[in-house]
Ligand binder design. Structure first.
Ligand code: ZN
Length: 383
């Protein structure tokens, strides 16, 4: 998830906003200031409704952040690195760099989010009760806090639906995994539930579009998002399970061809490219030191008339943005780093600092395809 605005850090984890959050901010502030507060507490100035509506929406985002920070902090305590926390169109998202190693950890990381939302609801609801004196401007504050408590209860409830990738789906997966010991099977079931729930939301959204109005579109998008996230999770777990303890040197493309960084795109295309069948080209300086990596995709983006003037280094991803792996490292650990990298490729460097290989997503896909064929063959002959 792209962070367009950095807010700061919580326990060393970068926290930020994606621009799409603005849309939800306006939607909620407008709902509060234009509908909820004037209906609940009529007779106050419009400016007061907007002030209360905006502050309450900021508090809503703060409570979403508390929900995500709770997931992130518990994950971190159990040794799972957290890349970032981002608020966006559908709430918050914590990007974890690894997987829970036991069902217990999976359960704790998942449950703490909804528990935090319930706690926020309890605090907001109690404040509303304490401040409630039956009349005056303070009643607008009471109504706002009441709304905040209610929306946090809804948030916790929605997240507890047992459908991956929602928290409830993770809890379901942890329970199935605990019972059967089969993590892949548990993920498959939780993701299937996620798909069904996604389809149900899309259907509900379409129905709402036809009867109530365009607000149903939001449910359609949310359903679609959950549907694709559930599918992606399913593919990811199958990938990881078939990679098992495969090491980087088992699937890397060995002895990659390097090019001078100061060479031009024209030189590469005209003189050398048709000799090689690689998609990734590491670039070196005159002393042979690596400076970056370019790819066929990046070269193709240079218009033919600019090829003679464009240096290869100008098309490259700089070295500090390319993941580097050791040949004897497990591939599963490298996958997360590759997924976060601009081109999804990694360089393999041995202990002496020499470049010995490249790992691209197609290397991984090819290896998995061959491994699956092999295991299908084995199970067929075993029966
Ligand atoms: Zn959550």
């Amino acid at each position: 998830m792209n962070q367009n605005l950095r807010l700061g850090k919580i326990a060393g984890i970068p926290v930020g906003l994606n621009w799409s959050v603005l849309f939800v901010f306006v939607l909620f502030a407008w709902e509060l200031a234009g509908l909820v507060l004037p209906q609940d507490q009529p007779g106050h100035p419009v400016a007061l409704y907007w002030l209360a509506g905006s502050v309450t929406t900021v508090l809503l985002f703060a409570s979403l952040l508390a929900h995500e920070a709770a997931h992130a902090l518990v994950a971190k305590r159990h040794g799972i690195a957290v890349r970032s926390i981002t608020l966006w169109l559908f709430g918050g998202v914590s990007e974890l760099e690894g997987e829970a190693l036991t069902p217990g950890v999976e359960f704790r990381v998942a449950i703490v989010g909804p528990l935090t939302s319930f706690a926020v609801a309890l605090v907001a609801g109690s404040c509303a009760l304490l401040l409630n004196d039956g009349s005056g401007t303070i009643q607008v504050v009471v109504a706002s806090l009441g709304w905040l408590a209610w929306i946090n209860v809804l948030l916790a409830g929605f997240n507890l639906v047992p459908a991956a990738p929602l928290d409830g789906g993770r809890i379901l997966r942890a329970a199935l995994w605990h019972r059967s010991g089969d993590r892949v099977g548990a993920t498959t079931t939780a993701s299937r539930c996620g798909e069904v729930f996604g389809y149900a939301l899309v259907a509900l959204g379409v129905l709402e579009c036809l009867t109530v109005g365009l607000i149903g579109l939001w449910f359609v998008f949310l359903g679609w998002f959950l549907l694709s996230a559930a599918r992606a999770e399913q593919t990811d777990v199958l990938l990881r399970s078939s990679l098992g303890d495969v090491q980087v040197h088992d699937l890397m493309t060995a002895d990659p061809i390097t090019f001078p960084a100061t060479g031009t795109v024209a030189e590469l295309v005209d003189q050398r490219l048709h000799h090689y069948h690689f998609g990734t080209y590491p670039l070196v300086d005159p002393d042979g030191r690596l400076v970056g990596v370019t790819t066929l995709g990046r070269i193709r983006r240079v218009p033919p008339e600019h090829r003679a003037m464009t240096r290869l280094v100008d098309t490259a991803v700089p070295l500090d943005h390319v993941p580097v792996a050791a040949p004897d490292e497990p591939v599963v650990g490298l996958l997360n780093r590759m997924q976060a990298a601009p081109d999804g490729r990694a360089l393999v460097v041995d202990r002496t600092g020499r470049l010995v290989g490249i790992v691209s997503p197609s290397d991984v896909a090819r290896f998995v395809q061959v491994a699956t064929l092999g295991s299908q063959g084995r199970s067929a002959t075993g029966h």
